[in-house]
Design a protein around this ligand. Structure first.
Ligand SMILES: Cc1cc2nc3c(=O)[nH]c(=O)nc-3n(C[C@H](O)[C@H](O)[C@H](O)COP(=O)(O)O)c2cc1C
Length: 162
């Protein structure tokens, strides 16, 4: 097996938390399920979210100063499917779930009680995904939650192939 194939299988075996990232620019809002995301610094606190150039969410995010990162509850399968399996070009995802305007007018999803809003510090060319380096500027944590994982999300057919 060559390195390319072996690498694909290695990372496919991993398990990690999934997030739903929502964005707003002017009157337009979008959001998608994201697996490529992690904390990248403790002090200062920083978080990296990677958005596929093919996604509608990415296109809106290029015009946004901040994004909302939702920690998806373990049982929120339908919400994960809505944001990961549908494209905002065709479906109004926000008509299909409960949300409210949060900091900076960003849509905050009611079902996700833990979330933060990050100011976009840098956009990084990382390949077919673009890294958004975030500085948290608002956050809410619901204690005792467990989160939706990559393993649970594997059977969702992405709205866009990466
Ligand atoms: C398991 C899984 C992981 C995903 N990870 C990412 C990701 O890290 N970044 C991303 O931009 N899209 C990711 N996606 C794809 C988007 O969530 C999906 O294509 C979505 O439909 C895009 O919606 P949009 O076009 O409305 O932005 C993932 C999808 C699945 C099912």
């Amino acid at each position: 097996m060559d390195a390319h194939d072996a690498f694909g299988k290695l990372v496919g075996d991993l398990d990690y938390s999934m997030f739903i990232v929502t964005v707003r620019a002017g009157a337009e809002q979008a959001g998608c399920l994201v697996g490529f995301a992690c904390q990248s610094s403790i002090e200062p606190p920083r978080f990296l979210v990677c958005l596929s150039r093919k996604n509608h969410t990415y296109r809106v995010a290029t015009r946004a100063d901040a994004v909302a990162v939702h920690f998806v509850p373990r049982q929120a399968k339908a919400l994960a499917r809505l944001f990961g399996g549908c494209c905002s070009d065709e479906v109004d995802k926000f008509a299909g779930c409960a949300w409210r305007p949060g900091p900076g007018g960003l849509p905050i999803l009611q079902e996700c009680r833990s979330w933060f809003v990050g100011r976009v510090l840098q956009r990084l060319d990382l390949g077919d995904h673009v890294g958004f380096l975030l500085e948290p500027i608002a956050a809410h944590r619901e204690a005792g939650e467990s989160y939706f994982t990559f393993d649970q999300a594997k059977n969702i057919e992405p709205g866009h192939p990466a």
